[in-house]
Ligand binder design. Structure first.
Ligand code: UD1
Length: 416
């Protein structure tokens, strides 16, 4: 297990290139299962979660080749199972459920179980498949779904669910008749998937709105897709610029995917200016404390809540950070407090009173975005911080210590 050793207090300057989005690459790679033949994907990030989905698809008989540009041949799928060993390391493995039932009429996918940020059930994925005529049983911890051919249906999601919307969009692409998703999630990653499905010959319209219509077709063909830039990675570097008193050109990110964050960062005093291929994020004179409420897109992303909280620990006043998407996403609070942060949790909100400075400590990463918040805190803390269990951060940030080092951070990876 690796750990990071971070010496705080260095302002970050320079430029960084943003990698492809993990949360876009995972569903798009899973969608390759929908067609016989080889699909090609560009700008695929090099991450542990991508390795996991590759293993999952290979385990079913897919042939996968390449890095960055990745080809997936789903012409010879021999099994329709996602085993517990892989699913337990990555909940998004559930994304193979929809494509498998749609193309092969059968799927056996381990239930993800609990995780550090809450119960995170998949009941809405299952209910939607049942509404489309699938027989679904829970057996030995596995979801087993069968359907000769799925039927188009009106689906009402009780909660906006990102992977739920993606799973059912993929399933509906090969269903008989029209499926309408009401209260669909609107994340940019869903638009990326819809565009790939349409390139495969699917008929999806409305992606990016909360009403998505999918006209089922009888077969899909392999196609190409380019993965959109990772807005969460971009946001993490923007926050780093503000926190460390620096200025970073963030190349290759999509400004329009980051509006909620940009507005908040400007309120903290930061200067954010568009560039031809990204944006410039520069610190302000002081850090104004701002309140945050996480919401489904286009609201403030829950995947940037922990990083924003790290920023607010050194704000000039009081910030109320409300988490409305997940019920237990404050695992980073106790670690930030060990570094001198002043935070009180009240129900679904954290009240963060800015302190003049954080102090280095031994800390432990607990989940992907929590680890990013500890790294940000370490970059400004007095002294040398140790962050253990950084495998969490490797799930979702490509070469993070290299990117931060190139900006002037003092960060080393060590074997534990
Ligand atoms: C995706 C992202 C994750 C992000 C999250 C919210 C991927 C691979 N992961 O996760 O990084 O933090 O969106 O933006 O894209 N829920 C149910 N029943 C269900 C499904 C969801 O109750 O069947 C609840 C969840 O517990 C949660 C809320 O709905 O409270 C939203 O979850 P969802 O959008 O499904 O998150 P994921 O797709 O798992």
């Amino acid at each position: 297990m690796d750990k990071f050793i971070v010496e705080g207090g260095k302002p970050l300057h320079g430029e960084v290139s943003i990698s492809g989005a993990k949360n876009a690459a995972l569903p798009v790679l899973a969608a390759a299962l929908l067609a016989s033949g080889t699909s090609t994907f560009h700008n695929v990030p090099d991450l542990v979660d991508i390795k996991t989905i590759r293993k999952l698809l290979c385990n079913m008989g897919a042939e996968i080749d390449g890095d960055g540009t990745v080809s997936v041949n789903a012409g010879n799928i021999t099994g329709q199972e996602a085993p517990y060993d892989l699913v337990k390391t990555m909940r998004a493995s559930i994304l193979v459920l929809g494509p498998l039932v749609a193309r092969f009429g059968v799927a056996r996918v381990s239930l993800p179980g609990g995780c550090a940020i809450g119960a995170r059930p998949v009941n809405l994925h299952i209910k939607a498949l049942q509404d489309m005529g699938a027989q679904v049983e829970l057996n030995g911890g596995y979801v087993e779904a069968r359907a000769k051919r799925l039927k188009g249906a009106e689906i009402y999601f009780d909660i906006s669910t990102v992977t739920g919307t993606e799973n059912i969009m993929m399933a509906a692409a090969l269903a008989e008749g029209v499926t309408v998703l009401h209260n669909a999630a609107r994340e940019p990653e869903i638009v990326n998937l819809a565009e790939f499905l349409n390139a495969m010959g699917a008929q999806v319209s409305g992606a990016g709105t909360d009403l998505i219509t999918i006209r089922g077709v009888t077969s899909l063909r392999p196609a190409e897709a380019t993965i959109i830039p990772d807005r969460i990675e971009a946001g993490t570097f923007m926050i780093a610029a503000g926190m460390t008193g620096g200025e970073i050109d963030i190349r290759g990110c999509n400004h329009s995917h980051l509006e909620a964050l940009i507005t908040k960062l400007r309120d903290t005093g930061m200067k954010i200016t568009p560039l031809a291929d990204g944006l410039k994020a520069a610190c302000g004179e002081k850090i104004n404390s701002v309140d945050i409420k996480t919401l489904p897109y286009p609201g403030f992303p829950t995947d940037l809540q922990a990083q924003m909280m790290a920023y607010m620990t050194i704000g000039s006043g009081l910030a109320v950070i409300s988490e409305t998407v997940f019920e237990n996403r404050f695992m980073h609070v106790s670690e930030l407090m060990r570094m001198g942060a002043d935070i009180v949790i009240q129900g679904g909100s954290a009240i963060v009173r800015g302190v003049p400075a954080l102090r280095a400590a031994q800390t432990m990463a607990t989940d992907l975005r929590a680890s990013a918040s500890l790294l940000l805190a370490a970059l400004v803390a007095h002294g040398t911080t140790e962050i253990s269990r950084v495998y969490h951060i490797d799930r979702g940030y490509q070469g993070i210590e290299k990117k931060f080092s190139a900006l002037g951070a003092a960060i080393r990876r060590m074997k534990q």
